[in-house]
Write a protein that binds this ligand. Structure first.
Ligand SMILES: Cc1cc2nc3c(=O)[nH]c(=O)nc-3n(C[C@H](O)[C@H](O)[C@H](O)COP(=O)(O)OP(=O)(O)OC[C@H]3O[C@@H](n4cnc5c(N)ncnc54)[C@H](O)[C@@H]3O)c2cc1C
Length: 402
């Protein structure tokens, strides 16, 4: 075993940290208030290879492995505790990878280079109005082949990046049933551009946090796509979705580490200097003991998350692990990371006293932002527990049947 970072990993971390400290952190409050990520930040991220960094270099990606992708996610979480930029990053890193790996040459030529250069957005559209956890039961979206086109009808909801896709252009990898009689073996993925596409009607929702990236939905009414917008093989969409979700969950873990550390650092600075009853707050056991607990929690999530990234790298590069191993490791990270991050932010808000409840500090943006991860983005906490149970007991123990 070796817990040290390589020189390349250290250099990558320092480069991303320095970039994010200078170019992202000073703008986080404005991003939260103005509800958009400035174009110059996107450009800077593109130059550093931070947009869909896991995509192939042939299409402008950085071709980084998952450990490197997590390092960048951690640094972006540290720089933007509201988690808007980290969410944009992790959605593109995970689903941009799926697009890069399975998308047709024509679709990638049209969109992927624009995604990696920050000119277009790439998102994911799985959730439907009747439910996100039980997508097999809830999914109504249908895609039917007609001559050389695909015709899509249905509705997706709670989708990140609606405004971004409309303003910048880009695609949402969209799950649709192509063979309704085949259960999970009857789904396919399509690249659906929202901007200027006939038959698309979008809506927006008002979130409580991560305000820099929009959430909404879209209805597809006879949306006609060229056949090359099918992602990968017909009826393999569910498997691609599970592959992308695992990656996204590990990256969520990494962004939570950075955001948790930023919160804890803010808290430590405060409890070392703020005095009560004639002593620094940090000298009271009532403050120190939770500090020790939160520090241990963050370190444990680091181990879970980077082990998950390591397993992914071993699976993709050496075929040493399976998608089941990755799903289990990713679910463990996603189950712990947002809960611990929320808990440390909540604690630090207490330490800050009344200013913790004001917009003086970034902590309130963190509390609002991180809750999106535990409520549902990329899978709820109970879905993580179901995945862990499935991997420990076997799929015949799934609560909803096999
Ligand atoms: C900010 C945000 C951004 C999002 N972005 C996207 C996106 O870009 N693309 C996308 O496709 N989706 C996105 N989602 C949707 C997300 O994937 C879903 O919210 C999630 O899958 C849960 O679905 P649901 O909201 O319909 O809740 P439901 O599935 O209705 O679940 C409600 C509750 O019931 C629990 N539950 C369900 N089944 C079980 C069970 N068998 N046992 C125990 N408990 C259970 C769940 O854990 C949850 O607590 C986003 C969500 C949020 C909050």
């Amino acid at each position: 075993m070796d817990f040290s970072w390589s020189e390349e990993q250290e250099l990558w971390r320092q480069t991303v940290r320095e970039f994010a400290r200078k170019n992202i952190t000073p703008h986080v409050r404005d991003i939260d208030s103005n509800r958009k990520i400035p174009k110059q930040i996107m450009k800077g991220m593109a130059q550093l290879g931070l947009l869909a960094p896991t995509a192939s270099q042939d299409y402008g990606g950085a071709g980084v492995d998952w450990t490197m992708a997590c390092i960048a996610a951690e640094e972006l979480g540290r720089a933007d505790i509201s988690l808007a930029i980290p969410v944009m990053y992790l959605v593109e890193a995970s689903w941009g990878y799926i697009f890069s790996k399975y998308g047709s040459e024509e679709a990638k030529e049209e969109y992927l280079k624009r995604i990696t250069s920050g000119e277009a957005f790439s998102g994911i559209a799985v959730t439907e109005p009747e439910g996100g956890s039980d997508i097999l039961g809830a999914a109504k979206t249908r895609a039917i082949k007609k001559d050389k086109s695909w015709i899509l009808n249905g509705e997706k909801i709670f989708i990140s990046g609606i405004t971004e896709s409309l303003n910048w252009g880009g695609i949402h990898l969209t799950l649709a049933r192509t063979d309704p009689n085949k259960g999970h073996k009857g789904f396919s993925f399509f690249a659906v551009p929202l901007k200027n596409t006939k038959g698309i009607k979008t809506t927006l929702l008002e979130d409580m946090g991560r305000m820099g990236i929009s959430t909404g939905g879209f209805v597809m009414n006879d949306v006609t796509l060229p056949e090359q917008y099918l992602i990968g093989e017909l009826n393999k969409g569910f498997y691609y979705a599970m592959e992308g979700f695992s990656a996204a969950r590990v990256l969520i873990g990494a962004t939570c580490i950075g955001a948790s550390e930023a919160a804890l650092e803010l808290g430590i600075d405060h409890i070392k200097t703020r005095k009560a009853f004639g002593r620094a707050l940090g000298s009271f056991e009532g403050i120190q003991f939770p500090l020790a607990e939160h520090y241990c929690n963050i370190e444990s999530v680091k181990l879970l998350t980077y082990r998950a990234a390591w397993i992914m790298d071993k699976m993709y590069n050496e075929q040493k692990y399976t998608h089941h191993d990755v799903a289990l490791a990713a679910a463990m990270s996603k189950l712990r990371a947002p809960i611990y991050a929320f808990s440390v932010m909540n604690e630090v808000a207490d330490w800050l006293g009344a200013t913790g409840y004001t917009k003086e500090y970034s902590i309130e943006m963190g509390i609002r932002g991180v809750r999106s991860y535990s409520i549902g983005a990329e899978g709820t906490m109970n879905i993580m527990r179901i995945i862990i149970g499935r991997e420990l007991l076997g799929k015949e123990f799934l609560p909803y049947g096999t």
